[in-house]
Design a protein around this ligand. Structure first.
Ligand SMILES: *Cc1c(COP(=O)(O)O)cnc(C)c1O
Length: 385
């Protein structure tokens, strides 16, 4: 479909093309020197000791859980209002995901009080997800983690460049996991990053990313090594030089592109402030957001499907973040019925509006006017007797 305003768009230009061409001309495509540069630059941005580039955020999360030694018989607390990969990464290790509710209709992040309720002697970790780039209440979550001796894993897929109290996403927990999927703030197509301050975790993640092997093809190419040992059951979760080259350029722009996204968020908030049947979460959020998503919550009097159709008729693409994981057939079959009232309400009423760094003022205006028209059209007729 040819959208007048797509949900997301790349911020790619000449620099990306040049970086990819340089890799092609170098004749080294698999993980090597460009990846090392990307990792160094990313670690510096986050303020973490180590950054390890991987194939995507799903495997970053898998490696985070593995590196912390979590597995069968262990529980990990996480929100249900996230992408399914957050939970799947826990399941891959045979640990049990424990879904808890988010805070309220203005804060879509995991509620610290819900985390405390879920803790028992099998609990090993808290996996938070910074919804839309707005950091969770990390000071409180770290306090809970310390009190109960739990690990903290950050799913920071939405949050490259986000911060709270001057501490970046990915620098709060034991491990941070980032996504460079095609529609994320920093896009390489597929790609991901693990960040940590802990040397032991970094070493383990590096090993597990490449078959548990003690040396890399690159080391052998460079003449640093001629053989290797295998010391763990590892995976092939590597990134390649083409993606790392894209990542480096995208990282250089991140400060600017995130700022452009925040400008659009401000314009949206201003444009939509008088629309009574629309509420916007994270209004008073204390941090700096990467502004990955612009979620709105429709009043119960608005039919969401009709709203989405009315937006589509105007050429405006929207999405839903997220259908709650605990309601998916697979997860229902795994753990039976659970009830998370705030998550379920958001799951039913949330709509994500287009947001990307190069959105024009005219496009923002088109979406704002589109929302105003669509809520009228989608307003449910209340039968009166
Ligand atoms: C995109 C995303 C992921 C998965 O990222 P991939 O790089 O596609 O594997 C995980 N968690 C959240 C919250 C995401 O938005």
């Amino acid at each position: 479909m040819d959208w007048r305003v797509p949900l997301a768009d790349l911020d790619f230009g000449k620099a990306e093309r040049k970086a990819v061409m340089q890799v092609l001309e170098s004749r080294w495509l698999s993980m090597g020197e460009v990846t090392v540069q990307f990792e160094k630059a990313f670690a510096a941005m986050v303020g973490a000791e180590h950054a390890i580039a991987v194939s995507n955020a799903t495997v970053a999360l898998h490696l985070a859980v593995l590196a912390l030694g979590i597995g069968e018989g262990d529980e990990v607390i996480l929100p249900s209002l996230t992408f399914v990969a957050t939970a799947n990464a826990i399941k891959y290790t045979r640990a049990q995901p424990v879904f808890m509710d988010v805070t309220n209709e203005t804060d879509f992040n995991l509620a610290p009080s819900a985390i405390e309720r879920a803790i028992n002697r099998r609990t090993k970790a808290i996996m938070v997800m910074h919804y839309g780039g707005y950091l969770c209440n990390m000071p409180e979550i770290l306090r809970i983690a310390r009190e109960h001796n739990l690990f903290v894993i950050e799913d920071a897929a939405h949050a490259p460049g986000s911060s709270l109290e001057d501490r970046m996403a990915g620098a709060w927990g034991d491990v941070g996991c980032f996504s460079f999927f095609a529609n994320k703030n920093l896009a390489t197509g597929e790609g991901g990053m693990v960040t940590t301050d802990r040397e032991d975790l970094a070493e383990k993640v590096r090993l597990m990313r490449s078959h548990g092997m003690t040396t890399l093809t690159w080391d052998r190419h460079e003449g640093h090594a001629h053989s290797y040992d295998v010391v763990e059951l590892g995976y092939n979760y590597r990134i390649d030089e083409i993606r790392s080259a894209l990542g480096l350029v995208q990282l250089e722009k991140l400060y600017l592109t995130n700022a452009l996204r925040r400008d659009i968020v401000r314009a949206y908030r201003e444009g939509l402030k008088d629309v009574e049947v629309v509420s916007i979460p994270f209004e008073d959020h204390p941090g700096v957001s990467a502004a990955h998503l612009f979620p709105i919550l429709l009043d119960a009097s608005v039919d969401r499907s009709a709203f989405i159709d009315a937006m589509k008729a105007r050429g405006i693409q929207t999405s839903i973040h997220y259908p709650p994981i605990h309601l998916f057939s697979y997860y229902r079959g795994q753990m039976g019925e659970i009830h998370l009232p705030v998550t379920e309400t958001i799951g039913k009423r949330e709509v994500t509006l287009p947001l990307f760094s190069r959105m024009t003022e005219a496009q923002v205006e088109m979406v704002v006017e589109g929302v105003k028209g669509a809520v009228e059209e989608a307003s449910m007729v209340v039968e009166r007797s």
